[in-house]
Design a protein around this ligand. Structure first.
Ligand SMILES: *[C@@H]1O[C@H](CO)[C@@H](O)[C@H](O)[C@H]1NC(C)=O
Ligand SMILES: *[C@@H]1O[C@H](CO)[C@@H](O)[C@H](O)[C@H]1NC(C)=O
Ligand SMILES: *[C@@H]1O[C@H](CO)[C@@H](O)[C@H](O)[C@H]1NC(C)=O
Ligand SMILES: *[C@@H]1O[C@H](CO)[C@@H](O)[C@H](O)[C@H]1NC(C)=O
Ligand SMILES: *[C@@H]1O[C@H](CO)[C@@H](O)[C@H](O)[C@H]1NC(C)=O
Length: 920
């Protein structure tokens, strides 16, 4: 039932209902007055006056009715005309003129929509609702019925509203994009992508949702022909020349997609977990969720282009991961495995099995590894179509796989390596770099590897060899070009030697022997093997902290030499030398020894010591009574010589033979023991060494030590601290006299062996000792005379005629005093002092006395006893000790004279006993 209202009033009433949001009345009015309330009028009224806050569901049916012109049955609806009833028609007409209904068309309207008021309405209404009411989520209800009405409605829905809704309302409502729908649509693609993904993967808890965002936000966002540009359009549009590399096969490009790829690569470099998550969780441009509002729409070519670019970006991401951790590298592996799958290549083995198998990749990757001698491709132009490293081909993915496996092997072993670093090693093939890396790897294995697990070491060796050639040896056809691995330039021998060293350092002796000595294809030349074994044994030695050869480094050194019976000959000079070194070092372990303040002695100190024999001096200082072990110490010196530790001080003398070294060492150690004994006031021992040991050495002009020691012994004066003799011969009851005699004997020994310029000093000492002896004898005689007198006086009172002198403790030990008395008839021997005085004073004169002295040959030692023990006692227990002593003294003097004649005879013009006059 039509109302009897003027057209103006009808319009005003419609506006009224629109303002009131009285949709039923508006609908009924429109249904009855289609002639006046035409489609475009109604849509403009709705656009202008329907409240933006109105729920879409309340008026979407009306819009559908307006669009179709088929309004629902509304006869029953009472239309209240009162709002316009009071108006005159003129007033109504005037009011209508002032309505200023919003036009439907607008400048940014998509092309082809000019004569489609419904589409124009929906677009404008959508922007309005979003802008004025912020009710983006009301739009689907409004637009869904019109998806098929016009492509641009679907595009708006899928490409703009859906991504924004998901981004702002559903996924990250706390951090929405601060743009209206229309503002968002006008953003450049670059900005839009970065905004859409600005929260993606930002929090660790969001990592599992990275793929979702690409699939549910980026996927729909790409649903827009406007995102695609042909080269030509872009050229004419912007004036800048497009990077050819971005263009698809048909010359089209998708800048938004390129931006997504940039985002991916940026994350790979800065926050690799996001990139890895993205690629793992998302199957690429075909994997999109359009909310059920559209089906896949890309052309095959377009999709292919996006996928190729995506694969390239994913491979680039793997190169860009900057971290050398197992997790990051495993992530890189998952990337390349995933991409190989997306590219329909042969499926890549899971990481763990690839690491176990170590696939032969050398042949497969040869084209990439050799063509891409250019490591800069790993840094620059990663997405460039000319970049062979990231091109989505089987060779590129295999090459990347080889790099990642290499980096993982290195990193796992404790020598962290990024994918790019592995790439540089493989592409640049710089021998020095590779060698450094190999050394670092083996060093790390040495420190981190399990020490006792042979399986581990077998695996490690296979891995190192694989790193050299990426399994090239397994490839049967040698004619094909093969890539070299990250250790491609490193000599196999170098690697094997380093592996062998590591095996030995980790006590894998049996394994080392089975690989390098027993296996038929002996990987090392036997000379190299031998050198390595010696070197490693010495390394173990030098690393030792304990000189005990049954412990630590020395034990290792010993075991290493014994581990290769076919290679290391026990009697080889090098082996014997090391054996002597071990013996010498072990001998040191028996003593307390500190060379530097507070630092305990370590074996390497011995090996590099500039004067190892001096260490024996330290032992003597630091170990009381150790001089009594003179035999052991001389033996120790001998080992040092045999171990080649003595640095030749050949100086003017030319090379020193081992015999000479042994002799020098023995002399020096004997001298050290004599000095040590004197320092510890053990004169008896010093004396016995002088008398017994010095004589055992052949006279040599090289001696620098013994004469000094003998001189020191000769100068020694008894004190209360002096160690008492453990055994006294009967020869000399008077300890003072005995001591002086011993000293003189020492001095006479010194005279025999000392170099000419030192004789005067010894003579002086000799003279003083002789004077003291004379004085002591004289004193003794006087005392004896006194006792004799006293004894005669007492004799009558003592039964048995024994001489007892209870007042003198000394005499108690001297049963036969008269025996030491000098016979006046005996010729007083010429004092050496006189002789020396004469010799010095009358140097030019011929001393006949000297020639007579030449006859003397015997030496005092004829009556010494070598005990073989620590202290060699001199026993002279003839019943006529006094006689003997006098004779002995003469002998000593004569011995000294003999030396003098040969030594200083020239000084006094005496004939030499031997034709050896070379001392001039
Ligand atoms: C290395 O890169 C340069 C430019 O970066 C290029 O001109 C050259 O052809 C590349 N060489 C190889 C072997 O790829
Ligand atoms: C060096 O000695 C240390 C302990 O003193 C030991 O842990 C290490 O394995 C040794 N190194 C070699 C190469 O023998
Ligand atoms: C050397 O070490 C063994 C145990 O390994 C020990 O029995 C021996 O006494 C040590 N030798 C010395 C001289 O310390
Ligand atoms: C010792 O002799 C060797 C071999 O003749 C020679 O090479 C070296 O230079 C000599 N050393 C000195 C200190 O003269
Ligand atoms: C030293 O004396 C001997 C024998 O008495 C004699 O043969 C010799 O010529 C003398 N020498 C000198 C330099 O007078």
């Amino acid at each position: 039932m039509a109302l009897l209202l003027s057209p103006a009033k009808l319009v005003l009433l419609a506006v009224h209902f629109a303002v009131q949001a009285d949709i039923p009345s508006l609908s009924a009015l429109a249904a009855r007055h289609g002639a006046v309330l035409r489609k475009d009028v109604l849509l403009r009224i709705a656009l202008t006056y329907l409240p933006e806050t109105l729920h879409s569901t309340e008026y979407v049916n009306l819009i559908q009715a307006i669009e179709s012109g088929e309004f629902p049955e509304s006869e029953s609806v009472e239309i209240d005309c009162s709002p316009v009833a009071a108006l005159t028609d003129d007033d109504a007409t005037k009011k209508v003129r002032k309505l200023r209904l919003t036009p439907l068309s607008f400048p940014e309207a998509p092309p082809g929509t000019a004569d489609d008021p419904t589409t124009l309405f929906l677009l404008r209404r959508s922007y309005q609702v979003d802008e004025e009411a912020g009710l983006l989520d009301e739009l689907p209800a409004l637009l869904l019925p019109f998806l098929d009405h016009s492509p641009c409605i679907r595009t708006l829905m899928v490409s703009s509203i859906l991504p924004l809704l998901r981004r702002n309302c559903e996924y990250y409502p706390q951090d929405p994009i601060p743009y209206t729908l229309s503002g968002f649509q006008q953003l450049p693609d670059r900005v839009a992508v970065n905004l859409l993904l600005s929260q993606t993967g930002v929090r660790d808890t969001d990592l599992p949702l990275v793929g979702r965002d690409l699939k549910n936000i980026i996927g729909p966002w790409l649903f827009n022909e406007a995102r695609w540009k042909s080269d030509n359009r872009r050229l004419s549009g912007s004036g800048e020349s497009p990077p050819k590399s971005d263009a698809g096969p048909d010359g089209t490009i998708c800048p938004g997609w390129e931006q997504v790829l940039q985002w991916l690569n940026t994350n790979a470099a800065k926050n690799w977990k996001v990139a890895v998550s993205a690629i793992e969780q998302w199957d690429g441009p075909g994997d999109v969720d359009l909310g059920g509002w559209s089906a896949m729409w890309l052309s095959d070519e377009e999709q292919d282009h996006l996928e190729q670019r995506y694969a390239r970006a994913a491979l680039a991401s793997a190169y860009l991961i900057p971290e050398a951790s197992p997790e990051a590298l495993e992530g890189a592996y998952r990337i390349v495995a995933k991409i190989a799958g997306l590219l329909d290549q042969d499926p890549m083995s899971p990481l763990q099995s690839a690491l176990a198998i170590l696939p032969p990749l050398a042949e497969q990757v040869a084209s990439v590894a050799t063509a891409a001698r250019n490591a800069s491709y790993m840094r620059n132009d990663l997405l460039d179509n000319s970049n062979v490293l990231t091109s989505p081909t089987a060779a590129s993915t295999a090459f990347l796989q080889a790099l990642i496996l290499s980096a993982i092997l290195l990193t796992r072993a404790g020598s962290p390596c990024t994918v790019r670093r592995a790439g540089e090693l493989a592409l640049l093939q710089d021998e020095r770099e590779q060698k450094a890396e190999a050394s670092k790897l083996i060093h790390a294995l040495n420190n981190n590897g399990p020490k006792t697990d042979d399986k581990f070491w077998i695996k490690v060796r296979n891995e190192i060899l694989w790193l050299k050639d990426w399994g090239a040896e397994d490839a049967s056809e040698a004619s094909k070009p093969l890539a070299k691995g990250v250790f491609g330039q490193v000599k196999k021998e170098f690697l094997e030697v380093e592996i062998l060293k590591a095996l030995l350092a980790n006590t894998r002796y049996m394994l080392a022997r089975s690989i390098y000595e027993d296996s038929p294809d002996r990987p090392l030349d036997s000379k190299v093997l031998q050198d390595t074994i010696y070197a490693t044994a010495m390394t173990a030695y030098d690393n030792a902290s304990n000189p005990n050869r049954t412990r630590g480094g020395l034990k290792k050194c010993d075991e290493i030499l014994k581990a290769f019976p076919q290679t290391i000959d026990k009697s080889a000079p090098a082996t014997k030398k090391i054996e002597a070194l071990l013996q010498a070092t072990h001998a040191l372990s028996e003593y307390r020894l500190v060379l530097k303040q507070g630092e305990p002695f370590t074996p390497v100190v011995l090996r590099v010591h500039s004067d190892p024999i001096s260490i024996i001096g330290k032992i003597l200082e630091q170990n009381p009574k150790s001089y009594t072990r003179i035999h052991d110490l001389i033996d120790l010196g001998k080992r040092m010589v045999q171990a080649g530790l003595i640095k030749d001080d050949n100086g003017s003398r030319g090379p020193v033979s081992q015999e000479d070294q042994l002799s020098v060492a023995a002399r020096r150690i004997t001298a050290m023991c004599i000095d040590a004994a004197l320092t510890e006031d053990d004169f008896e021992t010093a004396y016995s060494y002088v008398v017994n040991r010095i004589s055992s050495f052949e006279a040599t002009s090289k001696d620098e030590y013994l004469w000094k020691a003998a001189l020191q012994a000769g100068k020694y004066r008894r004190t209360s601290r002096t160690v008492r003799p453990t055994h006294l011969g009967t020869a000399s009851g008077n300890p003072e006299i005995r001591h002086l005699e011993q000293r003189i004997e020492c001095l006479s020994t010194a005279l025999r062996i000392a170099p000419a310029p030192t004789l005067q000093e010894i003579l002086n000492a000799f003279r003083r000792a002789e004077e003291e002896l004379d004085a002591a004898i004289k004193a003794e005689e006087e005392q004896e005379d006194a006792w004799d007198a006293a004894g005669d006086a007492m004799h009558g009172h003592m039964p048995g005629g024994f001489n007892v002198a209870p007042t003198s403790p000394k005499s108690a030990s001297r049963p036969s005093a008269p025996s030491t008395r000098r016979r006046p008839t005996e010729e007083t021997p010429m004092s050496l002092f006189d002789l020396s005085k004469a010799s010095v004073m009358s140097a030019q004169r011929n001393l006949t006395a000297l020639s007579s002295l030449q006859r003397s040959t015997g030496l005092g030692r004829s009556n010494t006893v070598t005990s073989g023990g620590s202290v060699e006692q001199v026993g002279s227990d003839g019943e006529d000790g006094g006689q003997k002593r006098v004779r002995k003294r003469d002998q000593l003097r004569e011995a000294a004279m003999g030396t003098l004649v040969s030594g200083v005879g020239w000084l006094v013009g005496a004939p030499s006993p031997a034709p050896a006059a070379e001392r001039e």
